[in-house]
Design a protein around this ligand. Structure first.
Ligand code: SF4
Ligand code: SF4
Length: 642
């Protein structure tokens, strides 16, 4: 028998659990339409990943977690997304929340479920990631993302909370009675992820059947089931840890720093369903109780409209309001059209007969009963005063946020002061002020950043303009200095206008020099060819002159200028000089051949000249031959026959 410890304060209100715990859990009928709120945890609302008109399967992801404390949301059944819009929400503020409305098709068609069968070989980090994808949150009321509680390992002790201390609520009791094996499977996975040395399952001793069922199931795993005294609020995590381990966890300190982590039995059951069966968190057990004829625990899909759920319990006609949660920690539902959330463990119907109106609050008489009942050892009457006077700084100094809102102080207050309502009001005001402050800081940071960006852009633009101006000035300076050089070369006393003209001409010359040379025009011959032609013509002219002089010396008339033969003068002169030299040789050869009786030799077939040239040469040769024959005849006439 392990030793148990006690926590300060606490109360023993009537339990009223037998109404609902007497019958087995039943499955709530599938509603035709579900309103699945996107805010299913204590963090941000999830971001929808489906659109209106999409057909989805049961268990399909329809909204992704948005931030560390956010939780993924899955389709509770198969059907069609008919709306993504604000809907009534199960929250004391009564403010609507964005929700996905799903029209069920009645087929309950699952996605392809993929369990983590090899979880014993998986690391804690892998199991954490898997549970985050499955949207598992704490089902004891806090809806804290469960995977975040698996971050510290190894641990000394894993505490499983089956105390369920609040009156009227019996969903955990029925779960432990009926599904103890599945709970222990989930505990085994959780223990593996945390590498916890021991597991302690705490159950209030007013649930003997649940204790027996859990003991039977836990034996195979080596878990310890511990019956703890029935005292409210032993179901608080810190209170149960203290009862089972004797460790008092101070405010602001995580229990893991003391080697302990605590999970609710419904949460570990959901972990087991996710890891071993691949089922995301899409349903939960809900207690329907209070002023109803058919109190029960039902397993309902998340998003089931609360009024449809409540109708299963047949509420009394004199019902007044419906509370989500128990009579001590619950809150009045503003609108029963809201869909069931993961936090919804109980719907408690209040009636005047069952819950007589609370007498008007009286002044505090400083009796101190509230302080005696407080499980956290606070001074509730002082907190009440600070909250009422809106002295929130003082309330925080007096550890307002240590208050777990258990309601024990309100329950015992003889002046009927709704103390917890004051604490909730003070907390919400402080949170709102903190949000406003953060928003203002964010807006200020954005403004400062924008100002900085504008100034930077302005400076960069000014720098660009300055660079351009400097470049233009440098070019102008270079031009002026060239003109100045010209001006300095102008003789002293020269006309200023002339000097300016000279400077302009110098700048233009400089620009021409800088510009690429234009293409030179020519008559089609380059300089080398032109020079070669000129040289050839000069040589030909010299030879012609020499020939003419020789002829003049021999008494022959100078050769007449050749008729235009299409050849240029240089070539013509060269040809005629060659022919003149060749003519005597040819005449001698012809005479020799004539003397020998041979016909004269034909002209060469080719002399390297083209036909036109050849024709011109032959014509010239003919004229030269005629002139030669005439000359010979003249000489013959002048000389006697030898
Ligand atoms: S129990 Fe009520 S009356 Fe007594 S001290 Fe506390 S607040 Fe005042
Ligand atoms: S509601 Fe807060 S102040 Fe009151 S008993 Fe509970 S913990 Fe203490």
């Amino acid at each position: 028998m392990m030793p148990l410890f006690d926590f300060p304060g606490g109360i023993h209100p009537p339990e009223h659990k037998a109404h609902s715990s007497a019958v087995p859990i039943r499955l709530a009928p599938l509603p035709p339409q579900l309103h699945v709120a996107l805010r299913q945890s204590m963090g941000n609302a999830a971001r929808p990943c489906v659109a209106v008109g999409d057909r989805v399967a049961k268990g399909q992801l329809i909204a992704s977690a948005d931030g560390r404390l956010s939780a993924a949301v899955h389709a509770p059944t198969s059907g069609v997304i008919s709306a993504i819009a604000p809907q009534p929400f199960a929250h004391p503020s009564g403010l609507p929340e964005l929700a996905i409305t799903l029209d069920s098709d009645g087929e309950e068609r699952w996605i392809d479920r993929q369990p983590l069968h090899d979880w014993p070989q998986r690391s804690g980090a892998e199991i954490r990631d898997f549970l985050a994808q499955m949207g598992i949150v704490g089902l004891g009321g806090a809806v804290f993302p469960s995977h975040l509680k698996l971050g510290v390992s190894p641990l000394e002790t894993l505490v499983i909370n089956g105390a369920e201390c609040e009156p009227y609520i019996s969903c955990d009791d029925r779960l432990m009675r009926e599904r103890a094996d599945a709970i222990c499977d989930g505990i085994a996975v959780t223990r593996h992820a945390l590498q916890a040395r021991q597991v302690l399952i705490g159950i209030e001793d007013n649930k003997p059947q649940a204790i027996a069922a859990m003991q039977a199931a836990a034996a195979a795993h080596g878990f310890s089931v511990v019956a703890v005294p029935t005292k409210y609020p032993s179901g608080g995590a810190k209170q149960l840890i203290r009862i089972l381990t004797g460790k008092a966890i101070p405010h602001g300190v995580r229990s893991t720093e003391h080697g302990v982590q605590c999970f609710n039995v419904a949460t570990v059951y959901a972990i087991g369903r996710a890891v071993l069966h691949g089922e995301p968190l899409i349903s939960r057990i809900v207690t329907l109780t209070g002023a109803v004829d058919a109190a029960a625990n039902v397993e309902a899909l998340i998003g089931t409209p609360l009024d449809r759920l409540l109708a299963l319990a047949q509420p009394h006609r004199d019902r007044k309001e419906v509370v989500m949660g128990g009579p001590l920690m619950g809150f009045t539902l503003p609108d029963l059209a809201a869909g069931l959330t993961k936090a919804g463990n109980c719907l408690l119907v209040k009636s005047p007969a069952l819950f007589p109106p609370r007498p008007p609050a009286q002044a505090c008489i400083r009796c101190g009963d509230c302080a005696s009942a407080c499980p956290v050892s606070l001074q509730p009457m002082d907190l009440f005063w600070f909250a009422k006077s809106k002295n929130f700084d003082k309330a925080q100094q007096w550890q307002l946020f240590d208050c777990i809102e258990c309601g024990a102080c309100s329950y015992v207050c003889p002046s009927q002061i709704p103390l917890v309502d004051y604490y909730r009001f003070a907390k919400s005001e402080i949170w709102a002020a903190e949000r406003d402050k953060n928003a203002a800081n964010l807006a200020r940071q954005r403004h400062e950043f924008r100002q900085m960006r504008l100034q930077r852009d302005k400076a960069e633009k000014a720098q660009r303009l300055a660079d351009k101006a400097a470049q233009a000035a440098a070019r102008q300076t270079a031009s002026h200095s060239a003109a100045a050089n010209v001006a300095t070369n102008v003789a002293p006393g020269a006309d200023p206008k002339q000097a300016a003209i000279a400077a302009a001409m110098a700048r233009a010359a400089a620009q021409r020099e800088a510009a690429p040379l234009p293409e030179q025009h020519s008559n089609g011959l380059n300089d080398a060819k032109q020079a070669a032609i000129a040289a050839a013509m000069a040589r030909a002219a010299a030879r012609k002159t020499a020939a003419d002089e020789a002829k003049a010396a021999s008494g022959q008339p100078p050769a007449p200028p050749p008729a235009s033969s299409g050849l240029d003068d240089a070539k013509q002169a060269s040809i005629e000089a060659a022919m003149a030299r060749a003519a005597p040789r040819k005449a001698a050869a012809d005479e020799a051949k004539a003397a020998s009786g041979q016909p004269p030799a034909p002209p060469p077939s080719s002399s390297g000249l083209d036909d036109a040239k050849q024709a011109a040469i032959e014509a010239a040769m003919a004229r030269a031959a005629a002139r030669k024959a005439a000359a010979d005849q003249a000489r013959a006439n002048q000389q006697p026959d030898s």
